[in-house]
Each structure stands twice: as C-alpha cells, then as structure tokens.
Design a protein around this ligand. Structure first.
Ligand code: NAD
Length: 332
C-alpha cells in the first residue's frame, strides 16, 4: 500500500482527515506552506510525515512523491474565502488554479493515478432547487467557487488525457471539531457562522451578526447545511478506498441534507453553551443565497457514507469544547 500525500494537511479539514487516515493505518505525508495551517496539528498526528512546501513547487512535489512512494493525493490546499476572492481574484486563480496545475503535472510525471479534491457548494452559485444534488446547475457567483469548478473540469481532462482518476467532494458548510478534542478550527480571520456564534458566547466577540432577516425562509434568516469535519474526513477515507478499488472520476455532494437557519444556529449555540449570545440584525450580503441544502444521496448510495455527528447540537458542542480549551487557537 502506497502512502498518501495530503496537501493542506495542516489546515482545518486536512488535519481531521489525516487523523482518520492514520487510524486506518495509512502512511501520510502532509504537504503545506503553513501560511494558513498550524505546525501544532502535527503534535496530534503522530506518524504523519511533514514537508513544508508550496503546491506550486513541482520539483519538491515530485521528489516528495518519489521518496515516500506516494500512490494517492488528497488535495485540500487552497485559499477559501468568498469575499477575499471577490476583492482579489488573481490571488485565487494563482493559488487554486495555476498552482493546482503545477501539482497535477508533478503528480502525472510521477505516475500517481488517484486524486481526491476538495470542491465546494460554492460551485453551484444561485440555488435553483433544494436539496442540491450533483445534477444541479453549476454557475458560481464568485471567483472562489469558479476556481473550484475550474479545478473539477481540469481533473476531468487529466483523466481523459492521462488516466488520472479523481473524486471531487463538494463540501457544504464544514463545522465542528475532533470529538476527541485534539484538533479544531483555527482560521484567521474567522468568517464561518458556527465559530463566530461560539466566539460571541465566549466573549471573544461582542455579538454575532445576522446578515438578512427578510429571506423567503420560515424565520426570514438564511438556511445552511452544516456537516461535521470528522464526517467529511470519513468521506475522504471512503473516496480513497473507492479509487484504490478502481472507481471512475466523479463528484459527490457532502452535507447532512438538513438545513438550519441563522436564528436556529444562534439558539442552539445558547443551549449548548448555556451562555448569552447577543445577535444583531444586519442587511443581506450580496451573493448569499437564501437556502443551501445538500443531497448526499449519491455518496451514501455509492460509497456507504453515513454521517455520525450530523445533528447541530453535536457539531456545535464539539466546536465549543475545543474553542473553550483553546482561547487562542493552536497558539494556546
Ligand atoms: N471550510 C469549509 O467550510 C469548506 C467548504 C467547502 C470547501 N472547502 C475546501 O476545503 C479545503 C480545506 O479547507 P479548510 O477550511 O481546511 O482551509 P484551511 O485554510 O484551514 O486549510 C488550507 C491549508 O492549505 C494550505 N495551503 C494553502 N495554499 C497552499 C499552497 N499553495 N501550498 C501548500 N499549502 C497551501 C494552508 O496553509 C492551510 O493549511 C479548501 O480547498 C477549501 O476550499 C472548505
């Protein structure tokens, strides 16, 4: 069995996935610049090898593949902020497309044939219907989503030309923390709903902003599908096994199939933490759809994926426990 190269493995979803891969007995090489990731995750991932490098450095990728007998790559490394991508699209095309091409060329030069790719619900753009299945039209409304969709297309053509088989996993809103409390979410700046709600509970922020209270939803606030980061990790393990067993190139949506409104997230935050959370109404943000709910029926049917930590209180409790113990993230 060859080793697995995990690009972006020092980040949030990559570190949680690596933990599961190690438990399954895989050899893992984490490859990360540490620009947005954390060296401290390595303390909780004993056995994982670490190479500090950029996915744009094709020769370092090629030598890392050779030296470690890599036979599969899980590609998490990317920039992932929607507003940042609107402000600076070039940065997103450089990192998420140009450097992904360098990575794929290096992979191809070394004869690696299996790639799992972190795609996103942002590839769908405006919601036409819910739940969103894999046939839903993909017209991204921001550069971030566009780079993820372009990378899916590039992977398709790498299969046609070079026989590289890939699975694109389109995550909806990743949330929660390692149920064993070793790993968590530490993004700077933090932009995600669940961490920001819990920061308000912990006094790390004065309040949580609710962007839009006039959406056509039961309580007027936007609805999102939150999926636990460990359940996402499990989907990668299944995807990897499928590729090793000869799966064809495909894409899967990953969510819980259940949406929660902004108000429901805040109310659940109050219950889970037992603390006051001040919520402030703010205008809608451009480009935010009213409702994003995934259909994960395809991955459930084809790969047997079943979320273990799907309910919102569990997602928020695991996140809260980590934030409570790590007031400064991995720094302490
Ligand atoms: N967090 C979410 O809700 C979500 C939803 C959908 C898709 N995704 C995708 O999942 C992936 C992981 O997201 P995350 O939340 O764990 O992000 P993260 O920022 O925590 O992790 C990304 C990691 O990639 C590294 N990295 C970035 N550019 C690199 C480069 N050029 N070379 C090497 N390393 C580089 C960063 O240092 C970081 O450790 C991303 O591709 C993101 O687009 C995330």
């Amino acid at each position: 069995m060859g080793a697995i190269l995990v690009t972006g493995g020092a980040g949030y979803i990559g570190s949680h996935t690596t933990k599961l891969l190690l438990k399954k007995g895989y050899e893992v090489v984490i490859y990360d610049t540490l620009e947005l990731g954390h060296r401290q995750v390595l303390n909780h991932l004993p056995g994982a090898k670490f190479v500090q490098g950029d996915i744009g450095d094709g020769s370092l990728i090629a030598s890392t593949i050779q030296e470690n007998q890599i036979d599969s790559v899980i590609h998490f490394a990317a920039y992932a902020s929607v507003p940042d991508s609107v402000a600076d699209p070039v940065k997103y095309y450089q990192n998420n497309i140009v450097k992904t091409l360098a990575l794929l060329d290096a992979i191809n030069s070394q004869g690696v044939k299996h790639v799992l790719f972190s795609s996103s619900a942002a590839t769908f753009g405006e919601t036409k219907y819910v739940p969103i299945d894999e046939q839903h039209p993909q017209f991204p409304t921001n550069p971030y989503g566009q780079t993820k969709l372009d990378a899916e297309h590039i992977l398709h053509w790498y299969d046609v030309a070079f026989g590289i088989k890939s699975i694109s996993l389109r995550y909806f809103c990743a949330a929660g923390a390692d149920p064993e409390g070793e790993l968590g979410e530490d993004h700077t700046p933090e932009t995600h709903m669940i961490p920001l709600t819990l920061f308000a509970a912990l006094g790390r922020r004065p309040s949580i902003k609710m962007f839009g209270s006039d959406y056509p939803t039961p309580d007027g606030t936007g609805i999102r599908d939150y999926v636990h980061v460990t359940d996402l990790g499990q989907a990668h393990v299944l995807g990897l096994e499928a590729l090793k067993n000869g799966a064809e190139t495909t894409a899967y949506n990953l969510g819980n199939g259940k949406g929660y409104s902004v108000k429901e997230v805040i109310e659940t935050g109050r219950k889970v933490t037992g603390r006051e959370i001040v919520a402030e109404s703010a205008p809608r943000r451009p480009g935010d759809p009213a409702e994003l709910i995934a259909s994960s029926a395809k991955i459930e049917r084809e790969l047997g994926w079943k979320p273990q930590f799907g309910d919102l209180p569990t997602i928020m409790r695991t996140a809260y426990e980590w934030f409570e113990k790590h007031p400064n993230g991995y720094e302490g």
